[in-house]
Design a protein around this ligand. Structure first.
Ligand code: 4AZ
Length: 255
């Protein structure tokens, strides 16, 4: 239990330190986004934001970010978080930086499941938002995950946004890896047989998304936890957004 708890709580402090030293990979290192991905183009995922404690997030509204509960300290007025939006390159002069005003951590969050939180911004970021799934229709197929997190287990945080595609993994298969998966509140994605593609440390809180029937991006997951990154048999675990959609909507309305 202790071990799994540790695995689940992606080290925000470590990520924050890594963020301070964010830098380009040497050209010779063949950058592996996220893990096993590639660079996203400027404007490709305009709803993506980076949080100053070293997590990702998505614009649920222009002044509200959806992220992971484990990325924040609790609920209440909080001006300590800086949210960077509008850029794939965090060092771009076009980066928009906005402070938080409030944080709302999922009610009942205790470190298992319920890994979502909202951050209210001091002013809107003028970018398209990412709609969230409200039922399980899109909890299947192939997903895109993006973030500025490590490009390998133990790797450094990234200057440029990385993206990767990961296939859905059934609850049954995921439970063979993780005994304490909360199947109603979490969904899994990754390459069970080979590994090699995954979210990783510092991607936490960022969205996992796909196209819906209207060919628009829809968020189905929030990067939450996993055993290492991109290991065979150990998929990434994501908050099942549709399960919390009504709670997220009412929480957002209260901010
Ligand atoms: C983390 O520490 C983390 N492979 C995020 C995602 C995954 C593992 C760790 C999934 O933020």
């Amino acid at each position: 239990m202790k071990l799994l708890s540790a695995l689940k709580r992606c080290s925000v402090a470590l990520a924050a330190v890594a963020l301070a030293t964010v830098s380009l990979q040497p050209a010779s290192a063949a950058p592996q986004p996220i893990v096993g991905g590639e660079r996203a183009a400027q404007g490709e995922f305009p709803f993506m934001v980076r949080l100053s404690m070293g997590c990702g997030g998505a614009l649920y509204a222009q002044d509200i970010v959806l992220t992971a509960a484990h990325c924040v300290d609790g609920s209440g007025n909080d001006t300590s978080i800086t949210v960077t939006g509008g850029v794939a390159d965090l060092r771009s002069s076009d980066a928009v930086k906005v402070r938080s005003t409030k944080v709302l951590q999922a009610p009942g969050y205790n470190g298992t499941g319920k890994d979502w939180a909202l951050i209210k911004l001091a002013r809107p970021i003028d970018q398209p938002t990412l709609k969230i799934a409200t039922d399980s229709t899109y909890d299947r197929g192939t997903f895109t995950v993006a973030g500025w997190g490590a490009d390998r287990e133990g790797g450094r945080q990234q200057r440029h946004l990385l993206k990767a595609e990961v296939p859905f993994v059934s609850d049954a298969d995921c439970q063979s890896a993780y005994r304490d998966l909360v199947p109603g509140e979490e969904l899994c994605a990754g390459l069970l047989d080979t590994g090699g593609v995954d979210s990783c440390q510092g991607d936490s809180g960022g969205p996992m998304f796909r196209k819906d029937d209207a060919d628009e991006w829809i968020q189905v997951g929030i990067v939450s936890w996993g055993r290492g990154c991109a290991r065979p048999d150990y998929p990434g675990v994501y908050t099942e957004v549709s399960h919390f959609a009504s709670g997220i909507a009412s929480a957002a309305a209260s901010l």
